[in-house]
Design a protein around this ligand. Structure first.
Ligand SMILES: Cc1cc2nc3c(=O)[nH]c(=O)nc-3n(C[C@H](O)[C@H](O)[C@H](O)COP(=O)(O)OP(=O)(O)OC[C@H]3O[C@@H](n4cnc5c(N)ncnc54)[C@H](O)[C@@H]3O)c2cc1C
Length: 466
């Protein structure tokens, strides 16, 4: 690979020697070089504008489509896309976050999440309406998190759908967070199914911007300030039968096979990109700053070299972990070309690996940006041209974005110790051990009262079901 450049000059951060390029094809490396150029010419300058003024990075996102075709990166070529794979998606998300703008990168992850949710169950109508126009600047996003269930974004209590006589659906949805809320052209939403039988019975719909209400003016956050990840409401949208994605009840499969895998690869790559970007900034600063008294640059101190060395090794471990899971998904889907029938799974086999890459990437980025701040000293702490404090604030979103790192380590530890069924996403499995332990604490009178209450509840349920 030739030298990494920044406009007409050599890149001031780490060169390609420190990028695991053996995972990329020559075509993907070329795409990355063009993307770095776009970051240099426009995306990075806009990152400051977005951060300073909470400005949605629409121009950046549109340029990704018009200049490089990236708004349809993973869409097959016959539908106007680049036909790229999971590894390429990871590279693109990482590159935008590292050299360009983290808010743009996260809006892009959500956009591609929405696109890939549709492409899991493509129909001619959905392709014509949402997929073909993508590179003209048509933007989508995922609207899942529910105000009543917080981090448990797979549990949409404040939503619903009913059948209409013409075969269509009437959909309502409340989302507590939606990246690009009020700016996207379409929203992929998950609701409980019509005639739903329990919270694992979910369906996926595409809702146009005119049917959704957002309040962009209320968005303000520590980092990712261009994201506009505020609340969204779909009060009551009447949708044609062609606006459901997959069959009724396909929501859980859509999560496991598309939404979660693509989101977790994309977001992990954003966190990895931010960590690399912070190391780049630290290199720029510490190799340029000189202490006149001892005649040394900051980068000449072994302490600083240790900081940077450890940060590179930890971040490259995280990058290679993410890329390895992306490669596994590429292999399982014949490089993202396989059409999966309803009930057939490929990416979902690696879901528990996707949880791990997100946990590691989010944990690593928070640590690395902090250490790079230490390496740059007080100068790194200042707002302005250094940009390190923006990387630090943006990276902080990694841990708290769903699935949060608390939830992920629970998932992994619980599934490893007790089996996957113990995860009980939709709170449906009776935990006899806990119940019996609590009942032991009751005296005879307490037990009698509880028994009476349960008998009354059972009778009421039977009457309601009759
Ligand atoms: C910048 C940003 C962008 C976002 N964009 C989107 C988007 O585009 N679409 C979307 O659908 N959502 C989005 N989200 C929402 C995100 O997915 C989470 O739902 C949200 O961050 C959870 O926040 P909360 O305040 O509701 O957390 P709470 O649920 O109140 O969590 C509080 C604490 O409890 C912990 N906790 C919660 N449940 C458990 C558990 N079961 N076990 C252990 N600990 C637990 C949490 O980890 C956290 O530490 C975004 C979030 C952020 C920060």
């Amino acid at each position: 690979m030739s030298e990494k450049t920044w406009g007409a000059a050599p890149y001031w951060g780490l060169g390609y020697d420190w990028d695991p390029d053996w995972v990329l094809t020559a075509e993907q490396q070329e795409l990355r070089a063009k993307l770095i150029d776009l970051c240099e010419s426009t995306l990075r300058a806009n990152a400051k504008t977005s951060d300073d003024g909470l400005v949605y990075p629409r121009e950046n996102l549109e340029l990704l489509g018009s200049e490089l075709g990236l708004l349809a990166l993973t869409v097959p070529e016959e539908h106007g896309g680049l036909g790229q794979d999971h590894v390429c998606f990871a590279m693109v998300c990482e590159t935008i976050a590292r050299y360009g703008c983290a808010s743009t990168a996260m809006c892009y992850v959500m956009h591609m999440g929405a696109v890939n949710a549709i492409m899991l169950r493509p129909t001619p109508e959905l392709i014509d309406r949402y997929i073909r126009p993508l590179n003209e600047g048509k933007l989508g996003t995922l609207s899942y998190s529910d105000p009543e269930t917080g981090s448990h974004f797979w549990y949409p209590i404040s939503s619903g759908a009913e059948r209409l006589p013409d075969g269509g659906f009437k959909v309502h949805k409340k989302a507590s967070w939606t990246t690009s809320a009020g700016f996207a052209d379409f929203y992929v939403v998950q609701t409980t199914s019509p005639d739903f039988s329990g919270y694992d019975d979910l369906s996926v719909f595409v809702v146009d911007a005119e049917d959704a209400e957002a309040k962009p003016a209320t968005w303000d956050a520590m980092g990712l300030r261009g994201n506009q990840s505020g609340p969204l409401e779909v009060p009551s949208a009447e949708l044609g039968a062609d606006r459901i994605v997959g069959p009724v009840g396909d929501g859980a499969a859509s999560n496991d096979e598309s939404v979660d895998p693509w989101f977790l690869i994309g977001s992990s790559s954003v966190w990895n990109g931010l960590a690399m970007g912070a190391i780049d900034i630290a290199k720029r600063q510490t190799t340029r700053k000189r202490h006149a008294d001892v005649g040394l640059r900051v980068a000449d101190y072994p302490t600083i070299q240790d900081y940077v060395g450890e940060a590179i090794m930890d971040t490259n471990a995280s990058r290679l972990f993410t890329l390895s899971v992306a490669q596994a998904m590429d292999e399982a889907t014949d490089d993202n070309t396989k059409t999966l029938a309803v009930g057939e799974f490929a990416r979902a086999t690696f879901l528990h690996w996707s949880w791990q890459i997100k946990f590691i990437a989010a944990k690593n980025t928070a640590h690395v940006v902090d250490k790079m701040l230490h390496a740059c000293g007080g100068t790194g702490y200042k707002r302005g041209d250094m940009e390190l404090e923006r990387y630090l604030r943006d990276a902080k979103a990694g841990w708290v974005m769903g699935p949060t790192n608390e939830v992920l380590r629970q998932f992994v530890g619980k599934a490893a110790l007790l089996g996957f069924d113990a995860l009980d996403y939709w709170n449906q499995t009776y935990n006899r051990r806990s119940v019996e332990n609590e009942i032991k604490k009751l005296d005879a009178e307490g037990k009698r009262k509880l028994a009476e209450q349960l008998l009354a509840e059972a009778a009421a349920a039977e009457t309601a079901a009759a």
